[in-house]
Design a protein around this ligand. Structure first.
Ligand code: GLV
Ligand code: MN
Ligand code: MN
Ligand code: MN
Length: 413
């Protein structure tokens, strides 16, 4: 058994240290993308990196890279990492574990003076979550496309902040980082992440080898009617978008998930204008998060959603506009890299299970430009995107060790 002897105490202390940046009263983290707190976490990571003599880079979307040079600087680097931004009521481990485990691997290589053939780089991708500025995975998407879509420039955050200004402030907050172009060649990308579901915990298995990621679509739905007096307007005279939305949602909740155990349908944000207690609204706006391993089923469900809103809106004299704001086709990670992860887990003596990711991750976009794969570790009750999210210290350590063993196999050969 070869294994990879990390400094476990250092990794666990780092996780606590970063969890304090944006730490909430309920023990979670609110460190949303491109906020002052996100910048603080990025600055801390960059400072730790410079203290170890690593070089820090930043690309135009503010992806942060930390490079430990290899024997052959001309080879494309092996990239390892995740993200540092969180959900508004997020946990300590979603993203942070993968980023800090990757940094721990880099420090262990340095501690043990292990020379690698190619450089190894840690990355913290920008705005993976997509909850403050949609879409998610902005950093990895821009990296894979080697461009920042024009449509992002005018985005406004849920808190009113502008994307362009927040991105500029984030870039400026690390003046010592060297500039990097978007989308340079990498040999492979590996990401450690918490499972965010219950399967590994139920099976009592510490390491998941992630075979791929299911597809995600985000829709922006706007239903418009006519605002009118709540006390005087009889049913026959109402054009009430809230009625349309309630009836359409009731139908969709009753059909999409009950009819297909693999389907996911979530309405996580809804707003209503003008927002008076005693006025029928004229606008109801909501988001839909739709997921499935099959693109064909995503198409069917998206069409069903469009048709259902339209049908109810027509009955009530309302209008609808459904816009797709995010489309992530399902990804399948390459077999040879999955085999490497499997061997790395064996090197460390851990049992593994193969599983498909229900959550999206930066690895999905990286997989479009370089072989990519992920290592999952269990989380308590499968709970994530929740302040109570918890990962056992032994599982954080296990994920980091397997990542390190995989890096040895990929970067020293
Ligand atoms: C992001 O983390 C998601 O899968 O929603
Ligand atoms: Mn994540
Ligand atoms: Mn997340
Ligand atoms: Mn995610």
């Amino acid at each position: 058994m070869q294994g990879f002897a990390i400094n476990s105490e250092r990794l666990l202390a780092r996780l606590q240290h970063f969890a304090a940046i944006g730490g909430t009263e309920k023990g979670g983290v609110n460190r949303q993308a491109l906020t002052a707190l996100d910048r603080e976490a990025r600055r801390l990571l960059a400072k730790l990196a410079r203290e170890r003599g690593f070089v820090v880079f930043q690309d135009p979307i503010a992806n942060l890279f930390i490079r430990r040079e290899g024997k052959n600087p001309d080879l494309p680097p092996l990239l390892i990492g995740s993200h540092l931004d969180s959900q508004p009521a997020g946990g300590k481990f979603d993203g942070a574990l993968g980023t800090l485990a990757a940094f721990e691997v880099l420090e262990t290589l340095e501690d043990q003076e292990i020379a690698t053939e190619r450089a190894v780089e840690v990355v913290a991708f920008t705005n993976e979550e997509g909850c403050r500025f949609a879409p998610g995975c902005m950093g990895s998407l821009a990296f894979a496309e080697a461009a920042i879509p024009d449509s992002w420039r005018d985005l406004k955050a849920t808190d009113g902040a502008g994307f362009a200004e927040e991105l500029a402030a984030t870039l400026d907050s690390l003046p010592e980082a060297q500039p990097r172009p978007l989308g340079f060649p990498v040999s492979a990308y590996l990401e450690v992440h918490i499972e965010q579901g219950p399967s590994l915990e139920h099976q009592g298995i510490p390491i998941g080898v992630v075979t791929g990621i299911q597809g995600t679509r985000w829709l922006d739905v706007v239903v418009t009617g006519q605002t009118a007096h709540a006390g005087t307007t009889a049913l026959a005279y109402r054009r009430d978008p809230m009625l349309t939305v309630s009836q359409a949602l009731a139908e969709l909740y009753a059909s999409i998930m009950p009819g297909d155990a693999e389907a996911r349908f979530t309405v996580g944000r809804i707003s209503c204008l003008p927002g008076a207690v005693n006025a029928i609204p004229d606008t109801v706006r909501l988001t839909v998060d739709l997921r499935h391993p099959s693109t064909a089923v995503l198409d069917i469900n998206e069409n069903l959603i469009r048709k259902t809103f339209e049908t109810h809106a027509n009955v009530q004299g309302c209008g609808t506009a459904v816009t797709r704001i995010f489309d992530m086709a399902p990804a399948q990670f390459p077999e040879p890299l999955l085999a490497t992860l499997q061997e790395a887990a064996s090197d460390c003596g851990f049992a593994t299970a193969h599983l498909l990711s229900g959550a999206f991750h930066d690895a999905l976009f990286l997989n479009r430009v370089a072989p990519s794969a992920m290592i999952f570790v269990p989380c308590r009750d499968g709970l994530s995107h929740n302040e109570a999210e918890h990962v056992e210290p032994d599982h954080c350590i296990a994920g980091c060790q397997v990542l390190g063993a995989a890096v040895l196999r990929l970067a020293t050969a």
